[in-house]
Design a protein around this ligand. Structure first.
Ligand code: ADE
Length: 269
């Protein structure tokens, strides 16, 4: 999957795109592991990674392909597409009111430039508190796309005309609260999507056991325990030490169901 992220604050993405599973998804080393299992051409070994104005300069530009890493990230600074001397992107709202509104032209030009870099059609997503609330089903649907282009708005929002012109575009909210911009929501979406892409997680099955995923029947996750067996006078449930895998699976499902009933009865439909 190719992921383009259009933002006024590309520097906010560096730590997230360079850490943990999100990094691993675009990591050529991960690709090397996969390539060892199914040998590919030497050029593919160079494919990676993160590109764009605040990409890690040590990482070569991404060339997504069937034998490259599962994901490539492309950061686009919307400000690079301004045509005025001071690189201003925002203006006060017509009709008055607080804050500033991002203008149509730099957003439109940034989208057109990003989309021209790859022939695969992009699924356009705008992060906004006015969008449809993100859930695991929506994440899973997006995770099947070959290319997702995410626009992170900021300030009071983006001029409505460019949003209309970019149709079809999915307007997505990560919850009923207002953040300073769409950057953190974009990172949330990226993290949630890439971990569902085959080959990204070490253990292929682990995403299916997560809370809200189909493999666990749409329930919250069961509790987890590790060493030591005793901590501050609290012991690990005996069944987990029994070695009886059927019994453990049954206990975990009961726990998941109980938790869901207590904490999120709405999920039980
Ligand atoms: N931008 C600001 N708040 C947001 C939210 N809750 N979801 C998506 N984008 C946002």
């Amino acid at each position: 999957m190719r992921i383009d992220i259009l933002t006024l604050f590309p520097e906010m993405f560096a730590s997230v795109l360079n850490s943990s599973i999100v990094k691993r998804a675009a990591d050529p080393a991960l690709h090397a592991e996969r390539a060892a299992a199914a040998p590919a051409s030497p050029e593919d070994a160079a494919a990676s990674g993160i590109s764009g104005s605040s990409a890690n300069p040590a990482t070569p530009s991404g060339l997504p392909g069937p034998s490259g890493p599962p994901v490539s990230y492309h950061l686009v600074d919307i400000r690079d597409y301004t045509t005025n001397k001071h690189h201003k992107v925002d203006r006060p709202p017509f009709g008055g009111g607080p804050g500033m509104v991002i203008q149509c032209q730099p957003v439109w030009d940034a989208v057109m430039a990003a989309e021209a870099q790859d022939p695969r059609p992009a699924t356009r997503v705008l992060m906004t508190p006015q969008g449809r609330r993100l859930d695991q089903a929506a994440v899973a649907a997006l995770a099947t796309k070959p290319r997702v282009l995410i626009i992170a708005g900021h300030y009071e929002g983006i001029d409505e005309r460019v949003i209309e012109k970019l149709a079809p575009i999915e307007e997505v909210s990560i919850g009923d609260y207002v953040l300073s911009g769409g950057e953190l929501p974009a990172m949330v979406l990226v993290d949630a999507m890439v971990r569902l892409i085959p080959g990204v997680l070490g253990d292929e099955t682990s995403a299916h056991h997560d809370s809200f995923s189909g493999g666990a029947k749409g329930l919250l996750d069961h509790p987890h325990y590790t060493k030591p067996r005793e901590w501050m006078g609290m012991s690990v449930p005996e069944v987990l030490l029994s070695g009886d895998h059927a019994k453990i699976a049954k206990w975990r499902e009961e726990q998941a169901r109980e938790r869901t009933m207590k904490r999120r009865p709405d999920l039980l439909g």
